[in-house]
Ligand binder design. Structure first.
Ligand code: SAH
Ligand code: SF4
Length: 392
């Protein structure tokens, strides 16, 4: 292991690491957002980029604010619906630009109300998103993918068995959320009522969001923009297997809630389950959590812990977990293992899960056992994998 990893990251080391990851993933860049007919998709662009495009066709910067409102607040995809823009300008905009959405190739709704979308992007590549309604309230979370496939090969994860095809663009990341809102007609009503159903985002779909940080960050800035979709950073949770350099950046730049896929409390076992651990071992990961700027008692870091029968579910594991997180504003989310075809593991027994949760709760940490959602349609955690890959 290089010496720079044996201590907490200093900033220059961290930049070097970020650049190494960026260089590695550059090979998996998404295609551009220009259609074959030459029109530019406005989704996924920053306000500054939209202003530049508008100025290239002789339009003033104040148009950006108007467009932003229609696109991201009202969810409009058709320039002719923008009634504070003149007909000739609507026409000119529609000749140069589009307001895109990924195509929904399959929608499945589970018995429990969970809805899974298979999206097809312009290059015919596919990724999945899941809408998970909250059982108690009339609201819910959209679980969004950040990559097609994953490079990280965690042994319990279905997505991990699919090689990384490519990163998703900011437009494709925002587009999953917007298309899910379309599917529930969840844009503000003409009276201005705020959408409630799709009001939370979890970056827990396919892929490792921090291996596609730049696109994820751009997409999150767009969804957090108060004049558009306007989802607060408190209602966004990014789950990572522990890409430390980008955890630091994510805390500084996005300040969203963090979830860590911990899953094991000893390096030998975590090396096996989450192979990225060989690069960023548990001690380093815990140190990075401790310095995560957006964490506080009211915004705790979630430690996700998948319960694997006789692998990581002993009392000693639970006690060690408590010791590891003791200095962090944390909660634990115990995830019953969701099996998928040919998976190697069995879920822990119900008694084991309860006993494990008790030990953690006795130490003062919330430790809910996550109810699997949408298992009947393979929409639960770790079951996502695009249909074409599944049939292969
Ligand atoms: N790559 C990121 C985010 C996507 S995975 C990460 O690993 O955090 C979202 C969560 O589902 C992670 O905690 C992951 O470990 C968990 N998961 C993966 N496979 C699972 C399975 N078969 N059953 C239950 N949870 C699983
Ligand atoms: Fe990738 Fe996360 Fe699955 Fe691991 S658990 S293979 S990091 S998607």
């Amino acid at each position: 292991m290089p010496s720079s990893f044996s201590h907490s990251f200093s900033l220059p080391d961290s930049f070097k690491e970020e650049n190494r990851i960026r260089a590695k993933t550059a090979l998996f860049a998404p295609p551009t957002a220009i259609l074959p007919d030459g029109r530019q998709d406005l989704i996924g662009l920053t306000r500054e980029e939209i202003t530049q495009h508008l100025s290239s066709i002789g339009e003033k910067p104040f148009r950006t604010k108007q467009l932003w409102h229609w696109i991201y607040h009202q969810g409009v995809t058709d320039f002719t619906k923008m009634n504070n823009i003149s007909r000739p300008l609507q026409q000119k905009l529609s000749e140069r630009f589009v307001i895109g959405r990924p195509e929904i190739s399959v929608t499945q709704t589970s018995r429990d109300g969970t809805r899974k979308f298979l999206f097809r992007f312009r290059d015919r590549q596919e990724a999945e998103s899941v809408y998970i309604p909250d059982k108690r309230e009339d609201r819910g979370a959209v679980c969004i993918s950040s990559q097609i496939g994953c490079t990280l090969s965690c042994t319990f994860c279905h997505t991990g068995t699919q090689k990384l095809v490519r990163n998703l663009s900011a437009a494709e990341i925002v587009g999953q959320f917007m298309a899910a809102r379309d599917s529930y007609a969840e844009w503000p009503s003409p009276k201005g009522e705020t959408p409630r159903l799709l009001s939370t985002i979890v970056l827990m779909g396919m892929g490792e969001p921090l291996y596609n940080y730049d696109n994820v960050a751009k997409a999150m800035h767009i969804v957090m923009d108060g004049e558009g979709i306007g989802i607060s950073r408190r209602r966004i949770t990014l789950s990572t297997s522990g890409v430390i350099p980008f955890m630091d950046r994510c805390g500084r730049e996005l300040g969203v809630n963090l979830a860590i896929s911990l899953h094991a409390v000893r390096n030998d076992l975590r090396d096996e389950l989450v192979p990225l651990n060989k690069k960023y071992p548990i001690e380093e990961l815990i140190a990075a959590c401790r310095r995560y700027p957006a964490a506080s008692n009211s915004r705790r870091i979630t430690f996700e812990y998948i319960m694997l029968h006789q692998i990581n579910d002993s009392d000693a594991d639970a006690r060690e977990l408590v010791r590891l997180i003791s200095s962090i504003p944390a909660k634990v989310n115990l995830i019953p293992f969701n099996p998928w075809p040919k998976s190697l593991y069995k879920p822990s027994t119900r008694e084991r899960q309860n006993r494990f949760a008790e030990i953690i709760m006795a130490a003062g940490f919330a430790s809910p056992i996550r109810t699997p959602r949408g298992r009947d349609i393979l929409a639960a955690c770790g079951q996502l994998k695009t249909a074409s890959e599944r049939t292969r």
